[in-house]
Design a protein around this ligand. Structure first.
Ligand code: AZC
Length: 812
C-alpha cells in the first residue's frame, strides 16, 4: 500500500560537498532566508535566521546521508535498528554544525550580519521526546553510531508534546504542555509515502491450522526522518519517527455540516492520540491502554519497515539475523518478539519454532532498571483486548519456557497472576540481554533474571553506558574543549582515551591556571544565562555543588537538601568559621502523579526561599533551583559545576550518565558505590572521588533491621536538628504541617536510607570543603578526572554493542 522508499534510497548521490568557504555559506544562508523562509536580511527575525541557518546546515547533511544509505544497500550490510519510546535529543543546530565541521564558518557568517551563533541557536526548542536517562542514552547512541559508521536506524514516536514544561508556583511544581512542533521543525523530512497500517483489537479465527487476526481498528504510522550525522561528516544514519494518522478519512463532513463540530473530528482525534504525548513518567505507566497501544504502534510500524527493507534485497527470512539486529531500549518495545513471530508465522508461513529461533537471533534487550514498578507488566485482559494474537503467541512461548525449566517446582513464567511480564518476555526472545553498568549487570543476573541466566549462560552481557563527547564536551564546554585541543591537539573528539595525555599537566601550574580559568568561564556563562533567563543571581566564585536529574526518592535529593539545612544551621551558629561560599544547584522534574517527589521539590524551594533571604548567611550559602531542567540547561550547567552529587541508595541507580558528563567536564563526584559511579571511581582513582554510604549488600542488611530509621536518627544530633526545624515550620511558616508526611516517613520507614547514610555523607561533604580550600589540590583532582574519563565515551559503548550484541561491522 505504501510506496517503498527504495527508489529514493538507491538514488545515486553526488559526491560529498566540500567544506564551504564563508562566501559560499553566506550565499547559501541568504538563499534560504529569501527562498525558504521568505524574508530579507533587513526584515528577518531571530526565528527567521535560525530556520534559514538550519536549512543551510542541513543541506550539508544530505550528501553523507545519501552516500551512507547507498553504500549500505550496495554492500548489502547488516543494519542495526534501535527501537526506543524515547529520544531525548535536545537542540540539533549546533550539534549538526559541529559534526559537519561548519561551526567556524557559521560563527563568521552570522557575525557579518551582527548576529551571534549562540543567540540564534538559543531559539531552537529542545526535542524533549524522552523523560530522562534512557531517552538521553538513546540520543547519545544515535550520534555515536553515526560517528562510528555503524549502519543504523533509530525508530521512535513523533510526540506532538514532548516532556511537560515545569514551573514553580509557591515552590510547587506545575506542569504545562510542551509544544516543540508549534513552529517549523527544519530537521524534519516528511515521508508521506512511507506509511504502514497498525491494527488493534478485533477477532481471531483459525483456518486450516493457521490463525487469522482481523483487527477491529487501524491507525496509519507515517514516517518523519531526521538525518543523524556523525562527527567529521563521514557517515549519517536516520532517526525515523512515526506519527499516527487516521487510516481512512474519518472526518465526518455530514456531522460537521449539521453543526456537530466536535463529534465530527472525534474519530480522527482518537487515531492521532497515539503520537500525541510522551508519558511523563520514567517508572510506572498511567493510561495503560493508550500506553500499550503506543508501544505496539511504534513496534509494529518499525518491524514492518524493517521487513520491507530486508525483503527488498533478500528472500530467505531465516537469514534475518545475518542482516538485521534490533535493539529494544528497555521493555517498552518488547512486543517486537511476538510481533516478528506473528509476521513470520502468519504472513510468511514460517514454522513456529523456526520463527522463534530466527527472531531471537535478531533481538537484543537492554535493561535500564531493577525498580519493580518500572518492569512493565500488562494484564492479560488488556492484552487480549488490544493484541489478541500476540497474547496467544506469548502463551505458547510461556509453555515452552516452562518446559525448558524441566521439573522446577515453581517455574518462572512469562504470564503469571493474570499478567504478562515484559521483562521475562524480552529476555526469552533475545539472544543478548545487557545491563548498563558492571554493578547493575551483576544485579540483573543475580536478582532479576537468575533462572533465565542459568538456562542461558552467556546471554547476559554488560555494556556500561557512555556519553557523546561531541555534545557533552565540545559543544557544551567550548573553553575546556579549546584548552584540551591546544594542549594535546585535535582528535580526542573521536578517541576520548587520548585525554590521558592531559595527566602530566595536572602538576603543571600554568595548565592548572588555564584549567581554572576555563572553569571560571563556564561558570560565568551559566550564571549569565541564569540571571537573564530566570532572574537568579549567583556568585561565580562559590563552589557550585549540583544535583540535576529526575526527582526520585532513590536518587535522594532529600539527603542533599537535608544536609543543606544542616550546613545553614552550622553557618548560623558560627558565621566566622571560614566557610567556603557554596551554591547548591538543583534541577529536575517529578512525574506529575509522584506525590513524595513533588513534596521534595517544594521542600527544596521552601529552603531556598529562607536560606537565600537570610542576610547572615546568603553570602556563604545559596540554593538555586531553576525550573524546567532539560538537555539545553544541562549543556550550560554541567560545565559550570565543581561538585557532582551522585548520591543514590546503593543498588538502585542502574548506571547514571549525568555522573559521566560532570566528571568529563572537571567536576569532582561525591557519590555512593552505585551504578557507574563504581567504574568512574575506578577510572579516575579513589583519591579523586568523594565516596560515602552503605554498599548494596549493606543496604539490604540495613533494610532488614527493624527500626533502622529511628536508630540512625537517634545517632545523629545534626539530622535531628534539621528535622526539628522542618517540623517547627521554619521553612513553611504558612503551613507548619506541610512536611508531616515526609518527616513521618523519615522516622518510621526510610526505605531509601537517608538517615542511615546521613552522617557519612556529612563527613564526605567536610572533605569536599577542606579540599576546595586547597585550590591546587582541587584543580589537580579535577584535571585527573577529565584525563581519565575516556572510557565513558559512548563510542566505546557502541563499539561493544557492535561486537558483543549486534555482530555488525563499521562501514568506515
Ligand atoms: C535510566 C536509569 O535510571 C539510569 O540509571 C540509567 O543511566 C539510564 O536509564 C540509561 O541506562 N532509566 C530510565 O531512564 N528509565 C527507566 C524506565 O528505566
Amino acid at each position: 500500500m505504501s510506496q517503498p522508499i527504495d527508489a529514493f534510497e538507491l538514488r545515486d548521490a553526488a559526491a560529498a560537498q566540500p567544506a564551504p568557504t564563508p562566501a559560499q555559506f553566506r550565499q547559501a544562508l541568504l538563499r534560504h532566508l529569501q527562498y525558504t523562509v521568505g524574508k530579507s536580511p533587513q526584515k528577518a527575525s531571530l526565528f527567521d535566521w535560525r530556520i534559514a541557518l538550519s536549512h543551510a546546515v542541513r543541506d550539508h547533511a544530505v550528501d553523507p546521508w545519501f552516500n551512507a544509505t547507498r553504500r549500505t544497500w550496495d554492500e548489502d550490510r547488516k543494519r542495526v535498528y534501535y527501537l526506543s519510546m524515547e529520544f531525548l535529543i535536545g537542540r540539533l543546530l549546533e550539534d549538526q554544525a559541529i559534526n559537519l565541521g561548519l561551526r567556524e564558518v557559521v560563527v563568521q557568517v552570522l557575525g557579518e550580519f551582527g548576529l551571534s551563533f549562540a543567540e540564534v541557536a538559543e531559539g531552537e526548542p529542545d526535542a524533549a521526546l524522552g523523560n530522562g536517562g534512557l531517552g538521553r542514552l538513546a540520543a547519545c547512541y544515535l550520534e555515536s553510531m553515526a560517528t562510528m559508521g555503524c549502519p543504523a536506524y533509530g525508530y521512535g514516536l513523533r510526540y506532538e508534546h514532548g516532556l511537560f514544561r515545569q514551573h514553580f508556583e509557591n515552590g510547587r511544581q506545575i506542569e504545562t504542555p510542551e509544544n516543540w512542533l508549534a513552529t517549523d521543525n527544519p530537521w524534519d523530512f516528511t515521508r508521506p509515502e512511507v506509511a504502514y497500517p497498525v491494527g488493534f483489537g478485533g477477532a481471531l479465527a483459525e483456518h486450516n491450522g493457521a490463525w487469522i487476526w482481523s483487527p477491529g481498528s487501524q491507525v496509519l504510522a507515517s514516517a518523519h526522518d531526521t538525518p543523524v550525522v556523525g562527527y567529521g561528516g563521514k557517515w549519517a544514519n536516520t532517526l525515523r519517527l512515526w506519527a499516527a494518522m487516521p487510516s481512512a478519512d474519518l472526518f465526518d463532513l455530514n456531522r460537521f455540516n449539521a453543526g456537530d463540530f466536535a463529534a465530527a473530528s472525534e474519530p480522527e482525534a482518537l487515531a492521532r492520540s497515539l503520537s500525541r504525548v510522551l508519558y511523563p513518567n520514567d517508572t510506572t505507566d498511567g493510561g495503560k491502554e493508550l500506553r500499550l497501544s503506543q508501544e505496539y504502534f511504534l513496534t509494529s510500524a518499525s518491524v514492518q519497515d524493517i521487513l520491507r527493507r530486508y525483503l527488498a534485497a533478500h528472500q530467505d527470512l531465516l537469514k534475518l539475523p545475518e542482516f538485521v539486529a534490533i535493539q529494544m531500549n528497555d521493555t517498552h518495545p518488547a512486543i517486537a518478539g511476538p510481533e516478528l513471530i506473528r509476521l513470520l508465522v502468519d504472513e510468511h508461513g514460517v514454522n513456529f519454532d523456526t520463527a522463534v529461533q530466527t527472531v531471537t537471533g535478531v533481538l537484543g534487550y537492554t535493561n535500564h532498571t531493577l525498580l519493580p514498578e518500572a518492569l512493565e507488566r500488562w494484564s492479560v485482559g488488556l492484552m487480549r483486548k488490544v493484541l489478541p494474537r500476540h497474547l496467544q503467541i506469548i502463551e505458547t512461548l510461556d509453555t515452552q519456557f516452562i518446559q525448558l525449566q524441566g521439573s522446577a517446582p515453581d517455574p518462572v513464567r512469562l504470564v503469571s497472576n493474570d499478567q504478562v511480564s515484559m521483562g521475562d518476555l524480552a529476555f526469552a526472545t533475545s539472544h543478548k540481554v545487557n545491563g548498563v553498568s558492571a554493578l547493575h549487570t551483576e544485579l540483573v543476573s543475580k536478582d532479576l533474571f537468575p533462572v533465565h541466566n542459568e538456562l542461558h549462560p552467556g546471554r547476559i552481557v554488560n555494556i556500561t553506558n557512555g556519553i557523546t563527547p561531541r555534545r557533552w564536551l565540545k559543544l557544551a564546554n567550548p573553553s575546556l574543549a579549546t584548552l584540551i585541543t591546544d594542549t594535546i591537539g585535535a582528535g580526542w573528539e573521536t578517541d576520548l582515551e587520548r585525554l590521558r595525555e592531559l595527566e602530566p599537566y595536572a602538576d603543571d601550574p600554568a595548565f592548572r591556571d588555564a584549567f581554572g580559568r576555563s572553569k571560571r568561564q563556564a561558570k560565568e556563562h551559566f550564571t549569565g544565562w541564569l540571571a537573564q533567563e530566570h532572574g537568579i543571581e549567583l556568585p561565580a566564585d562559590a563552589l557550585f555543588d549540583a544535583q540535576v536529574k529526575r526527582l526520585h526518592e532513590y536518587k535522594r535529593q532529600l539527603l542533599n537538601i537535608l544536609w543543606t539545612i544542616a550546613h545553614w544551621q552550622r553557618i548560623k551558629r558560627d558565621p566566622q568559621a571560614g566557610w567556603a561560599p557554596r551554591v547548591k544547584i538543583f534541577g529536575g522534574k517529578a512525574a506529575p502523579s509522584y506525590h513524595m517527589a513533588k513534596l521534595i521539590i517544594q521542600l527544596i524551594n521552601d529552603v531556598a526561599n529562607v536560606v537565600n533571604n537570610d542576610p547572615e548567611t546568603s553570602h556563604l550559602l545559596r540554593v538555586a533551583y531553576p525550573p524546567n531542567y532539560g538537555v539545553s540547561m544541562a549543556e550550560k550547567l554541567i560545565p559550570a559545576a565543581d561538585l557532582s552529587e551522585q548520591i543514590s541508595t546503593a543498588g538502585m541507580e542502574a548506571s547514571g550518565t549525568g555522573n559521566m558528563k560532570f566528571a568529563l567536564n572537571g567536576a569532582l563526584t561525591i557519590g555512593t558505590l552505585d551504578g557507574a559511579n563504581v567504574e568512574i571511581r575506578e577510572h579516575v582513582g579513589a583519591e579523586n572521588f568523594f565516596l560515602f554510604g552503605l554498599t548494596t549488600e549493606q543496604v539490604a542488611e540495613r533494610r532488614a533491621q527493624p527500626g533502622h530509621a529511628r536508630t540512625a536518627l537517634e545517632a545523629s544530633q545534626t539530622l535531628r536538628d534539621v528535622l526539628q526545624a522542618i517540623a517547627e515550620g521554619v521553612f513553611s511558616p504558612d503551613d507548619r504541617h506541610r512536611y508531616d508526611g515526609l518527616l513521618d516517613a523519615m522516622w518510621n520507614s526510610d526505605w531509601f536510607l537517608v538517615a542511615s547514610d546521613f552522617e557519612d555523607y556529612d563527613r564526605a561533604q567536610s572533605e569536599v570543603a577542606d579540599c576546595y580550600g586547597d585550590p591546587d589540590r582541587w584543580q589537580r583532582m579535577a584535571i585527573l578526572n577529565v584525563a581519565r574519563m575516556g572510557y565513558f565515551s559512548s563510542d566505546r559503548s557502541i563499539r561493544e554493542y557492535m561486537s558483543q550484541i549486534w555482530n555488525v561491522e563499521s562501514a568506515l
